[in-house]
Design a protein around this ligand. Structure first.
Ligand code: ATP
Ligand code: MG
Length: 583
């Protein structure tokens, strides 16, 4: 349970609500405990009254008076119960909100390497499932525990005042109930873990079916998908059925044990009444108290398992919050401009047991220059760009910015000055305008700017053809755009921040050579104070660059201007001829 200590800072933050909640629990229970006393007096008064008179009027008055008091107490008890929930449950929701934000913040801080290692399902679980479990502890968990403590003290004290022996005998079955319910809850939790696993399996199948529906239909795999779903659905059903069976034992157990308590109270209470030690009203009050204590005692078992689950969840959360990103911004130094980027003998491997994907890469690029990297698929081009953007750090060697290691440069400002068009385009489910404005660092994006960048990216004419123009909503991952259109919107997004460093990762692969020509012209226009790095496996994309590096198997095999490379008659010249022939 140690892990839950982490939440104390939040409990402290909302201590006002918590203390108020405890106060309300006290009030609510006070009236709750008073109610059976009213009934007890009523029973005794009625018995007394019936022995003396048969006056209908006076009995009616008596009942009205008692009913009135009982009602009033019920209302007050209910009112304070309402306030309890308003304070403690709301507190738990506020903490849930804070905790979710804290976790989300951490997600944003963590680097690319972390995301490569963890799958989306697990990441989502942390913020939804685990936080949910923790909230159960903070809300119902705390509330019922406090309630149990206060009510037990008040009710048992009142019962003891009536008769100690009767109290002990009548309450004996309740702790057994607590233990049984704890056992049942634990079993349920163990099962619910399996149920959840099946559930997430089922969701994965459904999700994949939706996103892959075109492939499924094209390959006529509907029936197969259906049987996969059925299989998973069956597994889910089986696990749930087990849960239902155990759940079915829950209520009968409680009812049986309360029945037993009541029976004992009546039997032993009857004997005591016969001996005139207590009144018949006391027995009635006892039955009320037993009923009142049922839920709190039942909740002991339930709450214990809630707390166990919450602490397991919190432990996962704590572990996650402790992770420090490998890539961190350590500098607050001002970065005026991007003058020069240099790779000094950089090698990189994704993991220790994997081969080096980049070997001994060295090059230099200055402000105003455009360089290009060309190489076959898997040769390490994207990895190289990740290094340029410091999404990863070199395994060996150093990336140098303006003569200073990139590791000690102000990463935040560096990234603010750079515009990246990644190989895999990602567009948000939002308007075209917002998708492009996403690239702008601060300030409103004007219509003029939008038109300027979309003209350069050669996508304006496409956007204007949509009825809603820039306000056109893109579906999930922008499904209503063609691959080439997405790439060009992504380029516009990078251009709108007027980057000092523009990095293009094979982002013209889905456009034809004519469109490519227009875009490259657009980009080439305003590059005197910009560094441009273009990666491509197409010769034509690199026709405006000053220097070309040919990468093969993670090594720079050839470098120079296009003319120089052609004269070399090596890999580049070979590619050139082949691609020229293709065209
Ligand atoms: P393409 O032209 O197809 O985009 P590329 O030149 O950009 O290829 P990279 O994406 O840099 O190639 O990949 C270089 C090598 O690194 C490949 O062999 C790839 O399998 C490997 N690789 C890439 N990402 C990872 C990763 N996260 N973990 C392990 N290996 C990786
Ligand atoms: Mg790539």
């Amino acid at each position: 349970m140690k892990s839950l200590n982490y939440l104390n800072k939040y409990l402290y933050k909302y201590k006002g609500r918590l203390l108020l909640g405890v106060l309300f629990i006290c009030f609510s229970n006070y009236f709750g405990v008073e109610m059976p006393k009213v009934v007890k007096n009523a029973v005794n008064d009625f018995l007394g009254e019936l022995n003396h008179t048969n006056d209908f009027q006076s009995i009616l008055m008596l009942s009205l008076k008692l009913a009135g008091i009982y009602m009033l107490f019920s209302l007050l008890k209910g009112f304070f119960l309402f306030l309890t929930r308003q304070t403690i449950i709301i507190m738990s929701r506020l903490i849930e909100y804070d905790l979710k934000n804290e976790i989300y913040d951490q997600y944003q801080k963590l680097d690319y390497t972390f995301y490569k290692k963890n799958n989306t399902g697990d990441l989502m679980n942390r913020i939804s499932e685990d936080v949910g479990q923790v909230r159960q502890y903070l809300g119902p968990g705390l509330m019922y525990t406090i309630n149990l403590a206060i009510l037990s003290i008040m009710a048992i004290y009142t019962m003891m005042k009536i008769n100690v022996g009767l109290t002990l005998i009548a309450l004996a079955p309740l702790p057994i109930m607590s233990i049984l319910i704890y056992k049942v809850s634990s079993k349920m939790n163990a099962l619910s873990k399996f149920v959840q696993q099946e559930q997430s399996m089922l969701s994965t199948i459904v999700q994949e079916t939706f996103s892959g529906i075109r492939v499924i239909k094209a390959y006529l795999r509907e029936l197969e998908m259906q049987s996969r779903f059925e299989e998973s659905s069956n597994a889910f059903k089986d696990k749930t059925m087990k849960q239902v069976k155990i759940n079915a034992l829950f209520m009968p157990t409680i009812v049986f044990l309360i029945g037993l308590s009541t029976l004992l109270a009546i039997y032993y209470g009857g004997l005591l009444t016969y001996e005139k030690i207590i009144t018949p009203g006391d027995i009635v009050a006892f039955i009320f108290y037993i009923n009142m204590l049922t839920w709190p005692f039942a909740s002991v078992g339930w709450v214990t398992s809630i707390i166990q689950r919450a602490s397991a969840s919190q432990e996962r959360i704590n572990e996650f919050l402790k992770i420090t990103p490998e890539i961190q911004n350590v500098s607050t130094e001002k970065l005026e401009d991007i003058e020069q980027i240099e790779f000094k003998n950089v090698s990189y491997q994704y993991a220790e047991n994997l081969p080096m994907v980049l070997k001994n890469i060295s090059f230099k690029v200055k402000k105003g220059e455009k360089i290009g990297f060309i190489g076959r698929t898997g040769s390490g081009k994207s990895t190289l760009l990740h290094l340029v953007m410091r999404q990863i750090d070199p395994t060996i060697g150093e990336v140098v910015l303006n003569g200073k290691s990139l590791k000690t440069s102000n990463l935040e400002l560096y990234r603010q000055m750079s515009g990246v068009v990644p190989q895999e385009v990602f567009l948000f489910s939002d308007t075209i305008k917002n998708n492009i404005s996403f690239g702008k660092i601060d300030g409103e994006v004007t219509e003029k700017e939008l038109i300027e960048v979309t003209t350069k990216a050669h996508v304006l004419h496409n956007i204007e053809a949509f009825p809603n123009k820039f306000e056109t909503l893109l579906g999930e991952r922008g499904v209503n755009l063609s691959g080439g259109q997405k790439q060009r919107i992504s380029i516009a997004r990078a251009l709108i921040r007027k980057p000092k460093l523009l990095v293009l990762d094979d982002c013209l692969s889905a456009v034809d050579t004519e469109t490519e020509d227009v875009i490259l012209h657009g980009i080439a226009e305003s590059t005197e104070d910009q560094i441009t790095v273009i990666v491509s496996h197409r010769i034509s994309s690199l026709r405006f660059v000053d220097r070309i590096y040919v990468i093969e198997d993670g090594e720079i095999k050839e470098q120079g201007s296009q003319a120089e490379l052609l004269a070399l008659r090596g890999i580049y010249a070979d590619m050139y001829e082949k691609q020229l022939l293709e065209e």
